[in-house]
Design a protein around this ligand. Structure first.
Ligand code: HEC
Length: 106
């Protein structure tokens, strides 16, 4: 007799759905953390402002709008245009989730 065993694995990740304007984008906070490694070479991971504005503790919608404004070249900083231009929507949503979860510095 052959016994079949069904193994159900429940993966609970810290993912969430981000509602930005009229699109629904899925973001993953762990993925965001991974991607943020690049960002924190310039931006303070602790939310401090050392000449470069802090990006921690931002509202998710605001974060996405600002990144999109660099993507659409509405905002002028060349480094941020280049960086934002390389990100897709899922990556932006993931970064927004991750940075929103990080404390603002006083
Ligand atoms: C090479 C350094 C550098 C890297 C890497 C970098 N940034 Fe920036 N970022 C800047 C600078 C400089 C500014 C300020 C630009 C300006 O005044 O328009 C900025 C501005 C921003 C702003 C707007 C802040 C504000 O208060 O207006 C956001 C949001 C942002 N970056 C997110 C990110 C994210 C997300 C990443 C990683 C994917 C990232 N940055 C990577 C240098 C960097």
């Amino acid at each position: 007799m052959i016994k079949a065993t069904a193994l159900a694995i429940l993966i609970t990740g810290l993912s969430a759905v981000v509602f930005a304007k009229d699109t629904i984008i899925k973001g993953d906070i762990e993925y965001g953390k991974h991607l943020a490694a690049e960002c924190v070479t310039c931006h303070s991971a602790l939310g401090k402002n050392k000449g470069i504005p802090p990006v921690t503790g931002w509202n998710i919608d605001t974060f996405i709008s600002v990144i999109n404004a660099y993507r659409s070249k509405e905002l002028k900083n060349p480094a941020m245009r280049l960086i934002a231009g390389r990100l897709d929507e899922e990556q932006i949503a993931s970064l927004a989730l991750y940075f929103a979860s990080q404390p603002k510095s006083e």
